[in-house]
Design a protein around this ligand. Structure first.
Ligand code: XMP
Length: 319
């Protein structure tokens, strides 16, 4: 029988027994899984935990600040905040192929993380937010049952090179159990129930070559969309919603003048398993409000379109 308070104390005891007085490193992404691991480990082993939060320049608006606020200031977790924007942007320069971009972002993450891990020579453990569905999925791909259409880069591929023992306290949990655990550990509701965000972040939501200016525009448009979805009580009725930057210019009018600026596409889907998805039938009034706000508030965007493609044949992300 599943009982959360008992589960929390059991999980804490298990971590303590496993880790003893050794030190642990965790790559904190701001996503649900690594956040719950951070909160659990902090509760279990306090100062023995060091989190590394890598800002790749492809995060959502104010995301780095929010992660630092929640974990470092509010919970008192030790978090090393690495702003690696320049490094990521540098390596992405001139690259427009989606899979190539994913590979670069995944590789640079490993680089940055390893460099930070080297500064913590006492660490013996690498904690990861692996959950039960991840375990099944990777078992499937080893036997060739599941094939990856897109290469999915999360915090994988680290342990071999780092010579650290692997600590995966969520390995037996399903997503809804991870969320309940997060709430029981005192994490904010909005963090625990946030839509999933891909590892390569805005890197696969800026079509073609990634540029910092594009990321800045996209972040602001995306934040407006999410704000309005929340205000209209639609956020929890969608499984994933975001803006996509199209590096295409179209003509518009503003006041007496003509504009020639970029396009943003809005994507919102409803799905159970992310393998198939339906585009969300958002009210036209809501879409209209989002479009007006983006065009009025984000100079550089003069046109907003709504994606009405199902998966399949379209994927949820545009790259
Ligand atoms: P698609 O676009 O394949 O997305 O329909 C299905 C789900 O997977 C997420 N996604 C990714 N997550 N790294 C990730 O960690 C990736 O490279 C990646 N590509 C897609 C996507 O956001 C959706 O939830």
């Amino acid at each position: 029988d599943w009982n959360m308070p008992d589960y929390v104390s059991e999980a804490i005891e298990k971590v303590r027994a496993q880790v003893g007085d050794e030190e642990v490193i965790l790559g904190l992404s701001g996503g649900v899984d690594s956040s719950v691991v951070a909160a659990l480990l902090h509760r279990a082993i306090g100062e023995q935990l060091t989190c590394v939060f890598v800002d790749n320049g492809l995060l959502r608006l104010n995301e780095a600040e929010q992660v630092m606020e929640t974990f470092s200031r509010n919970l008192g977790v030790k978090v090393i905040h690495v702003d690696a924007t320049e490094q990521f942007m540098g390596h992405l320069k001139g690259v427009s192929d989606p899979e190539q971009k994913r590979k670069i972002i995944g590789r640079e993450f490993v680089e940055v993380f390893q460099a930070e891990a080297k500064k913590l020579p006492n660490a013996k453990w690498l904690a990861q937010g692996t959950i039960y569905p991840d375990v099944i999925e990777s078992a499937g791909s080893k036997t060739g049952k599941a094939h990856t259409i897109k290469s999915h880069h999360n915090v994988g591929g680290l342990p071999d090179t780092l010579n650290l023992k692997l600590l995966e306290p969520l390995r037996e949990l399903f997503k809804d159990e991870v969320r309940e655990l997060g709430i029981a550990l005192g994490l904010p509701h909005d963090m625990v129930y946030r839509h999933p965000f891909p590892g390569p972040g805005l890197g696969v939501r800026i079509l073609g070559e990634v540029k910092k200016d594009f990321a800045d525009l996209l972040r602001r448009a995306d934040a407006i969309f999410i704000d309005e979805l929340r205000a209209a009580d639609w956020y929890d009725k969608t499984s994933q919603a975001f803006a996509v930057f199209l590096p295409v210019k179209s003509v518009g009018v503003m006041g007496d003048g003509r504009t020639y600026e970029y396009v943003v596409a809005l994507r919102a889907v409803q799905t159970q398993d992310f393998m198939t998805a339906h585009w969300a039938e958002l009210p036209h009034s809501l879409l209209g409000k989002v479009s007006n706000r983006i065009i009025n508030e984000v100079r550089g965007i003069n046109r907003v379109v709504y994606d009405i493609s199902g998966k399949p044949p379209a994927t949820i992300e545009w790259e």
